[in-house]
Design a protein around this ligand. Structure first.
Ligand SMILES: NC(=O)c1ccc[n+]([C@@H]2O[C@H](COP(=O)([O-])OP(=O)(O)OC[C@H]3O[C@@H](n4cnc5c(N)ncnc54)[C@H](O)[C@@H]3O)[C@@H](O)[C@H]2O)c1
Length: 237
């Protein structure tokens, strides 16, 4: 699990621990990774956009557990309140968002897949976003990065199906986490967001953890290459 220290990742770690999984948690914040991994797990300080750090982390995971049944590519950033339209986005901000949201899943999958191939199967679950399917206005770097993450997840599904490896994406709508707190803490901005959601509320991290845990459970075993939308009806409008 990457980005397991906070928000959706943290809630998913709690859920997977309760479901009996042993966890390896990679997060740029090592303390939160360790806390999320639980007593039988491993928490590692890793920047998922850095190839060497990712390779070292997966070597440690294999040394500790000998196998990887499920990889959850969840670490991500939006660019925060400063994210903007194309011509006002700095090259540095663009690169940082792509590096974490798109290169991160690539590097972690690249490290996990040989282990899954050797053991005869596995499941890669990527937290994309409805921003991979529809545009978030004024957030071009994030929207592009999630489109890439979603198509990357589908590409793994096609390329590794014969190796017994499935790949699916979860596409959350608006979720109340530290990532979105800056917007949801402002009552007018929160009500604008909620007025666009047919269910009338933003998601809580547990709503998304439920979807990831269902995929991780091994049920829905014929599903691969799927984008599981969990958005309270937002993109059905
Ligand atoms: N919150 C939402 O509304 C929402 C909606 C759709 C998709 N998502 C996606 O869900 C995922 C989790 O987001 P969240 O809302 O829980 O955010 P969050 O900020 O609460 O958690 C993100 C986690 O990723 C970690 N992280 C950030 N950069 C990292 C890096 N370079 N290497 C390793 N770890 C790193 C952070 O330390 C943090 O623990 C992200 O991919 C995000 O894009 C969120």
């Amino acid at each position: 699990m990457t980005g397991g220290g906070s928000g959706i990742g943290r809630a998913t770690c709690e859920r997977l621990l309760a479901d009996g999984f042993t966890l390896a948690v990679l997060d740029i914040d090592g303390d939160t990774a360790k806390a999320a991994a639980g007593s039988g797990g491993v928490g590692l300080a890793v920047d998922v956009s850095e190839a060497e750090q990712v390779e070292r982390a997966f070597a440690t995971i294999v040394e500790s557990f000998g196998r990887i049944d499920v990889l959850v590519n969840n670490a991500g950033v939006t660019g925060g309140a400063a994210a903007t339209v194309c011509h006002e986005t700095s090259v540095e901000d663009w690169d940082r968002v792509q590096a974490i949201n798109s290169r991160g899943p690539f590097l972690c999958s690249r490290a996990a897949l040989p282990v899954m191939i050797a053991q005869g199967g596995g499941h890669v679950i990527t937290t994309a976003s409805v921003a991979g399917q529809i545009v978030f206005p004024g957030r071009c770097a994030y929207t592009a990065s999630k489109g890439a993450a979603l198509m990357f997840a589908k590409s793994l599904a096609v390329d590794y199906a014969k190796a017994g490896i499935r790949s699916n994406a979860v596409c959350p709508g608006f979720v109340e986490t530290p990532m979105t707190q800056w917007r949801l803490d402002v009552p007018e901005l929160r009500s604008k967001v909620e007025s666009n959601i047919p269910m009338g509320r933003v998601a809580q991290p547990d709503d998304i953890a439920d979807a990831i845990a269902l995929l991780a459970s091994g049920r829905l075993g014929y599903m691969t290459g799927h984008a599981l939308v969990v958005d309270g009806g937002w993109t059905s409008l």
